[in-house]
Design a protein around this ligand. Structure first.
Ligand SMILES: Cc1ncc(COP(=O)(O)O)c(C=O)c1O
Length: 435
């Protein structure tokens, strides 16, 4: 695995002189992007539902299963190697999210399972009459678990509503939904439907001022922007590695002192120590090995495109990679807005003003006059262009926009491996549909 990563780093470093991410070089790392259907290359614009993985990830999964496949804590070589890998996964996760300590990282099956578990555990401290804040913009996995917990505990739910633009949260209304009784605020960093980035730092500051804990859903933000839980002052922040080029997993950051206090639901032989306190049962070891492979890929990307003085600085390289991706995607956002604006009858839901590009990630949702979202997705699917349609579990949002009975939205997801030619193909296919 190490040799494969070193090779990939050299390969990327050789194109360091070029400005910005070289999409052709990046794409070479993702074997699935070479797939064709009926002679057409597949355009994977379905990233918000799950991204493709680099070959470093695939190789790391195979290497783990070929050599170190074992359960935790045994007195034999494979178990010791496996445990070392698990430690590395926590340490690299901490570097990716800017956490102080590997113990602040927990893994789980996916974000939804983690959130259901942690909402139950935090609910033990919630009394009747306490308040929970959720938002109209969030994925339901950061809404429904909190609603269920509030109902069980007799807590009151307060909603942070959409602003008039229908694309952002009404942060000016924040003070009105917070009170000294607020116990938890659940908010998303980026909308998985509209691509809106929310100023979570502002939410955290206001929530902390009334003594509330903030649970940040960073699932949709993680493939697009650098995340630093320390500067953000996040209490708890959750991601799904399968949305950022890694296998199907969930990954949670929790501030150490808060995690120590949480009374997690667990079986008796499982330790109450960190990490692991919130990790129920045996983890998906091969997927965690794959996550390490993906981090290796991102480190190489960071070393190639960012200013990283020390090549052993994993945190610096991961941050540099995500900054380079973010910068590259700003240009892609402008391009997609431009292309979509040429399609008659296309209505973009979300931030469309190129001047406001910093308030979004390159995820675009639209409706097309006279065409059901599923029919649009089928038309594109038949041309080997993968997109999602529906509500994408942004259940409240799609209802607030009044689109639930009409099939919701069509969603285009750009990530750093998306080619300009794919966006052109998308535009041409849409023009063909409306012609
Ligand atoms: C913003 C956001 N939050 C939460 C989830 C749920 O993640 P998981 O599939 O890991 O449970 C998703 C998945 O689409 C998402 O996009």
């Amino acid at each position: 695995m190490i040799a494969a990563l070193t090779g990939s780093m050299d390969h990327m470093t050789s194109i360091r002189e070029r400005r910005g991410i070289d999409v052709a070089v990046v794409r070479d790392h993702f074997p699935s992007l070479a797939r064709t259907i009926d002679g057409r290359p597949v355009a994977y614009l379905d990233g918000p539902g799950g991204t493709q993985v680099p070959r470093e990830c695939i190789a790391a999964i195979a290497a783990y299963l070929e050599r170190s496949n074992a359960n935790h804590g045994g007195a034999f070589a494979a178990s010791a190697e496996s445990d070392a890998m698990l430690h590395q996964a926590h340490a690299a996760g901490a570097d990716f999210l800017g956490a102080h300590d590997p113990d602040e990282i927990s893994f789980g099956a996916n974000m939804t399972t983690i959130t259901l578990g942690i909402s139950r555990a935090l609910g033990r401290d919630v009394q009747a009459g306490d308040e929970i804040v959720v938002t109209r913009l969030d994925h339901d996995a950061n809404v429904a678990p909190w609603l269920a917990m509030a109902e069980d505990r007799g807590a009151t739910v307060r909603w942070l509503e959409l602003a008039e633009d229908g694309a952002t949260l009404d942060l000016d209304g924040l003070d009105a939904v917070l009170s000294p009784r607020t116990k938890i605020v659940a908010v998303g960093l980026a909308s998985n439907a509209l691509g809106t980035l929310t100023d979570v730092g502002r939410v955290i500051e206001a929530a902390h001022a009334v003594g509330a804990i903030v649970y940040v859903d960073a699932v949709h933000a993680a493939p697009h922007v650098p995340i630093d839980v320390s500067t953000m002052r996040a209490d708890l922040l959750v991601t799904s590695p399968y949305k950022f080029f890694a296998p199907h997993l969930g990954m949670l950051y929790g501030r150490a002192d808060l995690l120590e206090r949480i009374e997690a639901f667990r079986v008796r032989p499982a330790g109450a120590a960190l990490p692991g306190k919130l990790e129920t049962g045996t983890q998906n070891h091969e997927a965690l090995a794959g996550l390490l492979g993906t981090f290796g890929y991102l480190e190489a990307l960071g070393a190639a495109y960012g200013e990283v003085a020390d090549r052993s600085d994993r945190r610096g390289k991961l941050r540099a990679a995500m900054s380079a991706i973010h910068e590259h995607e700003r240009g892609m956002s402008r391009l997609v807005l431009e292309r979509l604006a040429t399609v008659p009858g296309l209505r973009l839901h979300g931030i469309a003003d190129p001047e406001r590009i910093d308030e979004r990630v390159p995820t675009f949702a639209f409706t097309l006059d006279g065409h059901h979202p599923r029919a649009v997705a089928e038309h594109l699917g038949a041309r080997a262009i993968s997109v999602w349609d529906g509500d994408f579990y942004a259940w409240e949002l799609v209802r607030a926009l009044g689109l639930a009975d009409d099939g919701g939205l069509v969603r285009i997801g750009v990530v750093h491996y998306t080619g300009v030619d794919e966006i052109d193909r998308l535009r041409d296919a849409l023009l063909e549909l409306v012609a």
